[in-house]
Ligand binder design. Structure first.
Ligand SMILES: Nc1nc2c(c(=O)[nH]1)N[C@H]1C(S)=C(S)[C@@H](COP(=O)(O)O)O[C@H]1N2
Ligand SMILES: [Mo]
Length: 497
């Protein structure tokens, strides 16, 4: 009975994927529910989960939804004959929740509701087919084992075919190909630029100074990245402005694109972590656009919203103080990759991504911090998120066994919008030693550092710290990423033999 119920649930899932494909849904109900789970998860829980599973949180949310549906289906099967009302509820409640979730998403549609209801109907049909009570089945002892197995086999086959077809033929796949084609056909007036001379120290094992797009960290709350054709994209600028304005992609291209080297970092980057990357971004200075619309007195925030409804509040001060805050169209000389915000995103040097780097941005409201809370600030993260001065050891790595003798210790450091004056390394409890620094084109990128070390035999601990051009050294005090970024020294333990 449990197995029949689980099979019914799987059939329902397959029908929902199939219907979603046929009805051209932007996301299947499973994805909508997964997204709702992510959106309603309270801040501390979200943080604990991300802490435990890192960026695998999203597949986990979807898997969790699928497993929950299979379990509920199994229970419905268990009670289909004996406690019909309970079994019905076990089918109906998830369907109702899915409908609520589908309707709460941007781009909600009746087709989405139909898909949920269709899936529920499929579950009921399969339960009835496999678990019909004996009398109605017309045989003395209920369905014969053989009939049951044949029917279950057919249902399983149909499930695989319908679910698989839904996956392959889904509107999303087609749309993804269309958008990739639109992206590839863009001919933007910027191209690849080489990393400036001297930025890379070339120590084996050190992360490259210029992070390739394919290796760039990705953080966002979406289960299915928005697929936006540049021809359909627009940004509406409104709120405390003298003149509202709506910009198209071509409007931005026509203004000419500025390229700037900017490192961006996630507030969830632990000390020593890799949620940070550096590249050249091409776009239009945000300050120019704000000047055009005329910011009114009293406004102190830009509330930006992405096409998928994510929100972010950025201090206007950081957008207008002369740093190259960009409404970006390109990343490393190419149109933005879809997962990095295609066609248009924000990049603001010196602010963590959650308060600045809105991907797939479509709406700007000039406003006051006192008047809103954004996606992550609602969940307990700091309202303003300046990137904290930090440094990281890339080589050697903790646990490495190395040969005694000359070793090059190397890594990166950043103090965005301030600049790194020096990086120092300490071995065990020894004195702080000055590392050599690579070149940087400006203070908004990270800087590579290296230090020659004559490693003596034994167990050693290496620590690193950066000192800002304002003379302020990185603090030794350890703080976690919540609410506004980690502090403390990166530390590496090595065995020298
Ligand atoms: N639409 C949208 N934009 C977003 C986010 C998001 O969840 N949704 N996450 C932000 C966060 S927390 C970070 S750190 C950066 C990461 O940008 P990347 O994925 O291009 O590295 O994007 C920001 N922009
Ligand atoms: Mo982030």
């Amino acid at each position: 009975m449990l197995a029949a119920g689980a099979l019914a649930a799987l059939a329902g899932l397959a029908v929902s994927e199939g219907l979603a494909a046929v009805l051209d849904l932007r996301e299947s109900p499973v994805l909508s529910v997964g997204q709702s789970v992510i959106d309603v998860t309270p801040g501390p829980v979200a943080h604990a989960v991300i802490d435990a599973v890192g960026t695998r949180d999203k597949p986990l949310a979807v898997t969790g939804v699928v497993v929950a549906i299979i379990l509920l289906g199994a229970l419905a099967g268990r009670w289909w004959r004996s406690r019909r009302l309970v079994a019905w509820l076990l089918v109906a409640v998830p369907v109702v929740l899915a409908v609520v979730s589908v309707l709460s998403r941007p781009h909600a549609s009746t087709a989405g509701v139909l898909t949920c209801v269709g899936a529920g109907a499929a579950v009921v049909a399969v339960l009835e087919l496999l678990l019909r009570p004996a009398a109605e089945a017309g045989t003395a002892g209920g369905q014969s084992r053989r009939t049951f197995l044949v029917r279950a086999g057919l249902v399983a086959l149909a499930t695989v075919v319908v679910g698989g077809a839904g996956q392959v033929l889904g509107a999303r796949h087609r749309r993804r190909r269309e958008i990739e084609a639109a992206r590839a056909s863009l001919d933007l007036p910027v191209g690849r630029v080489a990393a400036p001379a001297g930025t890379g120290l070339g120590v084996p094992g050190q992360q490259p100074w210029l992070t390739p797009n394919r290796d760039f960290y990705r953080i966002d709350t979406t289960l299915s990245p928005p697929l936006i054709d540049p021809a359909d994209w627009s940004l509406r600028i409104h709120g405390m402005v003298d003149r509202e304005m709506t910009l198209t992609y071509q409007d931005l291209v026509d203004r000419g694109l500025t390229q700037a080297w900017i490192t961006i970092a996630c507030v969830s980057n632990e000390v020593g972590g890799d949620l940070i990357g550096n590249t050249v971004w091409g776009g239009v200075p945000i300050k120019d656009l704000l000047d055009e619309v005329g910011v009114q007195d009293g406004a102190d925030a830009l509330l930006s919203t992405s096409e998928d409804g994510w929100t972010c509040g950025t201090p206007l001060a950081a957008l207008t103080d002369g740093r190259p805050a960009l409404l970006a169209l390109t990343m490393d000389g190419e149109p933005l990759p879809v997962v990095h915000g295609f066609p248009v995103r924000q990049v603001v040097p010196g602010l963590y991504g959650y308060v600045s780097a809105t991907k797939w941005v479509t709406d700007w409201e000039v406003t006051r911090f006192a008047d809103f809370q954004a996606f992550w600030t609602k969940r307990g993260w700091g309202e303003r998120g300046p990137v904290k001065i930090q440094s990281r050891i890339d080589v050697p790595q903790s646990g490495d066994s190395i040969d005694a003798g000359p070793v090059t210790v190397a890594g990166v450091a950043w103090a965005q919008h301030v600049g790194v004056a020096a990086v120092e390394v300490r071995i065990d409890d020894g004195p702080w030693r000055s590392a050599s620094l690579g070149a940087v084109p400006n203070d908004d990128t990270w800087v590579q550092w290296s230090l020659a070390w004559d490693a003596p035999k034994g167990d050693h601990t290496l620590q690193v710290r950066a000192i800002g051009k304002d003379g302020v050294p990185q603090t030794a005090e350890r703080a976690g990423v919540l609410p506004d970024g980690a502090t403390g020294y990166d530390k590496v333990d090595v065995v020298v033999g």
